[in-house]
Write a protein that binds this ligand. Structure first.
Ligand code: GDP
Ligand code: MG
Length: 752
């Protein structure tokens, strides 16, 4: 059966006094009970882990009497002076609740792992009275040591001397008032061999400062009256975090142990505020001594031993509101109310700020991705976004995405410019030999020829060559070592070429060395090998420009991928998985370009393009008119300035006066010239259409189509998990944030 009774005992109840009802202190009037109640609700939801709440913390040297003081103030029968000292912080909370009970739980340290947190949170003890607590306390503390993994004689498997976990003792009852105090391990100066280490010392100091640095904490600086107060480290520490002394209250303990008159006088000077004044002043209390089991109280709930002591000189001459546990308790409640009133508006704005921060952090994590389906959805969504940007880039639809503000990402524009450069360079310097230009007089129907000739190859200076798009070998090697085996970083061949005359040695030698028993003509093999000679630079020039295009595409793909991936880890994971396929697709574009070069150069020259025959006929016509140029006479019947006639016999001799060899060489020159032009144009077009557009840009197997939703759907479970799976820490972080957000939302509801 649960004992339904108030547990508000100002001092520890012994079995003999159990049952004697003790009234709440007279000044139970809180400055803002409603607010204190709300703060308490927040504490109940463990929100003080996120948002420091108004609290009282007892700090001081080891054995200064902290635990004893808290026992006096809260009625919780602390084990005092046992073992080395307190190994963790203990939070004692009073909560007004219809049911009388004491609940003991553990608040895990924020840095614990999820598993540790779960284990620590599973600890819970419910007791119906302080008597029960007293009976079981030693056992409970042993259990707590096991949960917190603290090494003791009874728990030799423990791993640590101190813990950052907090033991929480909630004292509930209908008449409880809102008071929360925290007992922390004492600050110890000497590290005792085998028990505490330097790092323990730092940990404790860290823990203590963690509590006292918050401006909503009232620091109870506990100082034994029987030693020199000025030597106590805690006062200096408190001053460091509360320089104006606005929230530091001195509590002197053990007055019964002060023997000398001068020592008593020093204590009185402190309490009366005559010396070393703290803003909030000093209080004097007497707790239960080590061997003191007499806990009897008078009618107003004051321990007889304490009352008797303070009735003696010199203590009886001190201001009574500064002497005794009851007076201190009253003051503490007032102080807590004041601090709470002051902190209240700030708590709301801070909760709002923390909530916004937590939501931002949650957003940054992206949607959860633990199951295979979640991972697939997450990746598919990223791939879809990637493909949207790719489409826009191919359509030059640059207004759709801010990524295109960066000029390097305007893919199609860049590629088209590289192809233009390729086309220009092929025209200007793709050939080994430059053909001779036969001078012709402009004739009436020659306008079209003129237009066609105007873009002839010799006129290199006319076409500006874009130097910027050429591949910088060093840059590529450093930035994209993965491309080294695919793209060609050789410099383009020089623009030098030999002017080719139809009687030049090259054609003559070739003709002489490979002529057969042709009758009046020449072997087509001569033409094929002449064409190969003429196109030796094509291979390098093509590889060079396709390399430029691959580089542009590669940079584009990586930049967009980085853009759509929320974090660098994901980007790296996707990149490393797609890389091999990506390189294979670049290679297939490059191979196709090489294939086109090979076909164009190795096949027997042929074309069905009528430009070839019209070019050839024109060349032949030019030759005859050149031969007849000296024989022409002005046509008197016609008034046009350029109207000439020739004698019929002259025409005959112009064609027949040549040797077979001369004739063949002229023909080779003219055919080669006509064919080269048609072939070059066809070739550049094919490189664009097949190697670049189809293989590298918009074809179904282009590198740009690789990272797609389809690709994501094809991933097996392991690859999916490797790319999109959440690391344990992300998972933990997500869980923690979800809880934090829920807690803060609840906090804001409470603080409304
Ligand atoms: P803590 O280490 O600061 O928590 O100190 P404790 O509360 O454990 O106290 C250390 C020892 O001092 C214990 O044996 C207490 O009984 C004793 N003690 C604490 N306060 C008083 C007091 O006011 N008078 C006497 N005589 N002993 C006290
Ligand atoms: Mg203690």
């Amino acid at each position: 059966m649960k004992l339904k009774r108030s547990l508000l005992e100002t001092t520890t109840a012994t079995p003999s006094t159990m049952g004697s009802e003790i009234k709440p202190p007279a000044s139970g009037i809180l400055t803002s009970p409603d607010r204190l109640r709300k703060i308490d609700q927040l504490r109940e939801k463990n929100i003080d882990v996120i948002l420091p709440l108004p609290t009282l913390v007892a700090v001081g040297d080891q054995s200064s009497g902290k635990s004893s003081l808290l026992e006096s103030v809260t009625g919780i029968p602390f084990p005092r002076g046992q073992e080395l000292c307190t190994r963790y912080a203990t939070q004692i909370t009073h909560r007004r609740d219809p049911e009388v009970q004491i609940i003991i739980t553990i608040i895990p340290a924020p840095q614990s792992t999820e598993a540790e947190k779960a284990s620590l949170r599973s600890y819970r003890k419910e007791l119906s009275s302080t008597t029960e607590l007293r009976d079981q306390f030693a056992k409970i503390l042993d259990e707590v040591n096991v949960y917190m993994k603290i090494k003791t004689v009874k728990n030799p498997d423990g791993e640590k001397t101190f813990s950052r976990d907090i033991l929480k003792i909630e004292k509930c009852g209908p008449t409880e008032d809102y008071l929360t105090v925290i007992d922390v391990p004492g600050i110890f100066r000497l590290t005792s061999k085998g028990q505490t280490t330097e790092s323990d010392r730092n940990l404790v100091r860290d823990m203590v400062t963690g509590f006292i640095k918050d401006k909503r904490t009232i620091i109870l600086a506990v100082l034994p009256a029987n030693v020199d107060v000025m030597t106590q480290e805690i006062l200096a520490l408190a001053e460091q975090y509360d320089p104006d002394g606005e929230r530091t209250l001195g509590v002197l303990t053990k007055p019964d142990l002060v023997i000398e008159r001068s020592a008593k006088e020093a204590v009185c000077n402190l309490v009366a505020g005559r010396k070393k004044a703290l803003n909030l002043g000093y209080y004097l209390v007497k707790n239960r001594g080590g061997d003191d089991n007499d806990d009897s109280k008078d009618d107003s709930g004051i321990r007889r031993k304490e009352r008797d002591l303070f009735q003696q000189s010199p203590w009886c001459n001190l201001p009574q509101e500064r002497v005794g546990v009851a007076a201190l308790r009253e003051r503490l409640q007032d102080l807590l109310g004041e601090i709470t009133d002051k902190a209240y508006p700030e708590l709301r704005s801070e909760a709002r700020k923390k909530l916004a921060e937590a939501r931002e952090q949650q957003d940054a994590l992206g949607p959860p991705r633990q199951t295979e389906r979640e991972q697939q959805q997450y990746l598919a969504q990223i791939a879809a976004k990637f493909q949207r940007i790719v489409r826009a880039a191919l359509e030059a639809n640059y207004s759709t995405h801010s990524a295109f503000d960066e000029h390097g990402l305007r893919l199609i524009t860049q590629v088209v410019s590289i192809i233009d450069t390729f086309n220009n360079r092929m025209r200007q310097k793709g050939h080994t030999y430059s053909f001779v230009k036969v001078e012709t007089e402009p004739s009436g129907d020659a306008a079209a020829d003129k237009a066609d000739d105007s873009e002839e190859e010799e006129d290199a200076s006319e076409h500006g060559v874009d130097k910027n798009t050429t591949t910088n070998a060093k840059e590529v090697r450093q930035a994209f070592p993965e491309l080294e085996s695919i793209i060609h970083m050789v410099e383009e061949p020089s623009a030098e070429f030999t002017v080719l005359q139809d009687n030049s040695n090259w054609i003559r030698n070739m003709y002489n060395e490979s002529r057969g028993i042709e009758l009046g003509t020449f072997s087509p093999i001569i033409l094929a090998s002449a064409f190969r000679d003429q196109t030796t630079k094509w291979s390098l020039m093509t590889e060079h420009h396709v390399s430029d295009i691959i580089l542009s595409i590669h940079k584009f793909i990586l930049s967009i991928l980085k853009l759509v991936c929320s974090d660098g880890k994901l980007f790296e994971a996707i990149k490393s998985i797609i890389m091999d396929d990506l390189l294979a697709r670049y290679a297939s574009g490059m191979d196709y370009a090489k294939f086109l070069v090979q076909v164009e150069r190795e096949k027997k020259p042929y074309t069905v393009n009528h430009y070839f025959s019209s070019n050839l006929q024109k060349a032949r016509g030019d030759r005859i008119s050149e031969a007849l140029k000296g024989k022409r006479i002005h046509d008197n019947r016609c008034h046009a300035p350029a109207a000439y006639v020739v004698k019929f016999d002259h025409v005959k001799s112009a064609i027949t006066n040549k040797s077979n060899q001369e004739h063949a060489q002229e023909d080779i020159h003219d055919i080669l010239k006509s064919y080269y032009k048609v072939s070059r144009k066809r070739f550049v077009d094919n490189v664009w259409l097949y190697a670049v557009d189809h293989h590298l840009l918009s074809g179904p197997n282009s590198p740009l189509t690789l990272f797609s939703e389809q690709w994501v759907l094809g991933l097996d479970e392991d690859s999916l998990n490797a790319i999109a799976g959440e690391s344990r820490s992300t998972r933990d972080k997500r869980k923690e944030l979800t809880k934090k957000i829920a807690d803060l939302e609840e906090a804001l509801r409470i603080l409304k």
